[in-house]
Design a protein. Structure first.
Length: 202
């Protein structure tokens, strides 16, 4: 723990416990980032125009960027262990809004994964990019707000997620077969499945 971490942590964490609905939003964002991104992934995949396969390829790159970021985290956490704030600080000096194991504080899987998704979409489809980035920022802030991460955990994890995204974008051509497979599997428009089933039954 350093002065920067302690000061910023207490500043952000002290905002909790005053407005109930904000606490609930922060708790939800802190605990359900994976579900939110999964929902948006599916939503964008089916809502985006069929004439824009590149936008769907962005989703595929974003997915693997998030996976790579978490894989990098796994390696780092097993090489260097950092205690979480609720382990280091006196019990009466913070508010922990969500339960959490006393495992490695750095890196933050939620933040790295979120910025893996977000950074992979930067400069691409604006709806995907803005949505993913807004969620990543909320998740990043919520992990300190709810008391489970130090600020430098979050900043370092942001870098990890961004680097993972840059690496995956460099390898994006390798992912084209997966994008084409997804387009092939989900190529039917709403109502076409039922029509083809009726034709096959005749």
């Amino acid at each position: 723990m350093n002065v920067f971490d302690k000061t910023i942590y207490q500043l952000i964490n002290s905002l909790s416990g005053h407005v109930l609905w904000i606490d609930y939003v922060m708790m939800f964002m802190s605990q359900h980032a994976i579900e939110i991104y999964a929902l948006l992934f599916v939503l964008f995949w089916f809502v985006l125009p069929r004439s824009k396969p590149q936008s769907r390829h962005t989703l595929v790159i974003a997915f693997f960027s998030g996976v790579l970021a978490i894989a990098i985290n796994f390696i780092i956490a097993h090489v260097w262990f950092r205690e979480r704030p609720f382990v280091t600080l006196p019990p009466d000096s913070y508010d922990q809004l969500i339960p959490h194991e006393a495992d490695a504080s750095f890196p933050s899987n939620h933040t790295s994964g979120s910025f893996g998704f977000a950074a992979a979409s930067w400069g691409q489809n604006k709806w995907i990019s803005r949505s993913f980035t807004a969620i990543a920022i909320l998740v990043m802030f919520s992990r300190v707000y709810t008391g489970v991460h130090w600020p430098t955990d979050i900043l370092g994890s942001l870098v990890i997620g961004t680097v993972a995204a840059l690496l995956m974008r460099k390898c994006s051509r390798l992912l084209y077969p997966l994008t084409r497979l997804g387009l092939k599997i989900f190529r039917l428009q709403p109502g076409e499945v039922a029509k083809r089933q009726r034709r096959a039954a005749r």
